[in-house]
Design a protein around this ligand. Structure first.
Ligand SMILES: Nc1ncnc2c1ncn2[C@@H]1O[C@H](COP(=O)(O)OP(=O)(O)OP(=O)(O)O)[C@@H](O)[C@H]1O
Ligand SMILES: [Mg+2]
Length: 328
């Protein structure tokens, strides 16, 4: 349904080219919930924005391909693109709440989609808006359709944003940190809503998060991102129970420690690399407890280790041998 082939994105800066995305390969299939997880700055939002055709200068695609149902997205004519976005692929943004216009009622904003894309009348659009609000479980939708965004709680506003993203029945929904701004209970409800919608419409979902426990709850498969690379990917259950990349293991260990011991485990020590001067070898080597000279000089290639599982690490075989990989 959606495929990225060796996607590369760079930002032109005063200090040189920042290599934000460095050869990303991934695919989302119909009916699949794919999680993209990684630390802040790893390139999750840039990947999503590039797929949505929203990469702004000074960012540009430096290489690779994006395909939607086999069609080359980057080469599409504007008209074809407009049909693709909104209808085939839609997105819930990281700062979703600012996606709502404060001067229009929510009913107007949801209804507008049906008016513009489906030629619905004002009246029909309002009926559709109420239907969508019901669907994302906004209580008393028939009355609240005339309210303005500020009259809703954060969680309810997020539901409205999701309703707008689902309105035109997309085949794929990209949700970029859809719950980061919400408290834990509301977060769980929104994730459940996304999961239910994804399943009941057999839709593809690309869920972007920095939180591996969200990945565990919601997704079928996962791609772990580090410094603009997918360092590991595969079925969620398998990757989380048997990580093959030391970075993935670090993400999992820090969550498990928090849950089991209530301790604040040091996250993986160190900082992600400077995108203006990426290390010569593995980008994770400077922080990796297993790295040796080979890792520091030779970038690992993406290799397939089982059906649908890939890892980019010279030391994959050792990752689960050491009980206390990050404890020391
Ligand atoms: N306009 C820009 N100019 C230069 N660099 C940029 C620009 N936009 C993004 N970047 C760089 O691209 C990298 C990836 O950013 P991105 O927003 O995709 O990270 P992210 O994984 O979504 O992080 P977060 O979890 O904080 O949302 C970052 O290191 C960022 O500094
Ligand atoms: Mg982001």
């Amino acid at each position: 349904m959606l495929q990225l082939h060796d996607l590369q994105v760079e930002f032109r800066t005063n200090h040189g080219e920042a290599k934000a995305i460095n050869g990303v390969n991934l695919s989302v299939h119909q009916g699949e919930a794919l999680g993209i997880v990684g630390e802040s700055g790893s390139g999750k939002s840039v990947t999503a924005r590039t797929v949505m055709g929203l990469l702004d200068a000074p960012g540009y695609v430096a290489g690779g391909r994006i395909e939607a149902d086999g069609e080359d997205v980057l080469g599409m004519a504007p008209k074809q693109r407009r049909a693709l976005y909104g209808q085939q692929i839609s997105m819930v943004f990281q700062d979703a709440l600012s996606a709502l216009n404060p001067v229009h009622t929510v009913g107007h904003q949801i209804g507008e989609l049906f008016r513009v894309h489906r030629g619905a009348s004002r009246k029909a659009a309002k009926v559709k808006a109420i239907e969508m609000m019901d669907r994302v479980r906004i209580p008393d939708a028939a009355r609240r359709v005339n309210d303005y965004p500020h009259q809703f709680s954060g969680g309810m506003r997020q539901r409205i944003v999701i309703a707008m993203a689902l309105a035109l029945d997309p085949q794929l929904l990209i949700a970029d940190e859809p719950t980061t701004a919400l408290d834990v209970t509301v977060q769980a409800q929104i994730l459940e809503l996304l999961r239910e919608e994804q399943r009941s419409r057999d839709m593809g979902l690309m869920l972007i998060t920095h939180d591996i426990s969200v990945v565990r709850e919601v997704t079928d498969s996962v791609a772990v991102m580090y410094a603009g690379n997918i360092v590991e990917s595969g079925p969620t259950a398998e990757v989380l129970s048997n990580p093959q990349h030391p970075y993935t293991r670090g993400l999992i260990d820090s969550v498990d420690a928090r849950v089991e011991r209530g301790s604040r485990l040091p996250a993986i020590p160190g900082m992600p690399p400077d995108l203006l001067s990426l290390p010569e070898g593995c980008p994770f080597a400077p922080r990796c407890p297993l790295a040796d000279d080979h890792c520091r000089t030779t970038k690992p290639l993406d290799r397939s280790i089982a059906e649908n599982r890939t890892v980019e690490c010279h030391k994959a075989e050792e990752v689960n041998r050491d009980e206390l990989l990050y404890a020391g």
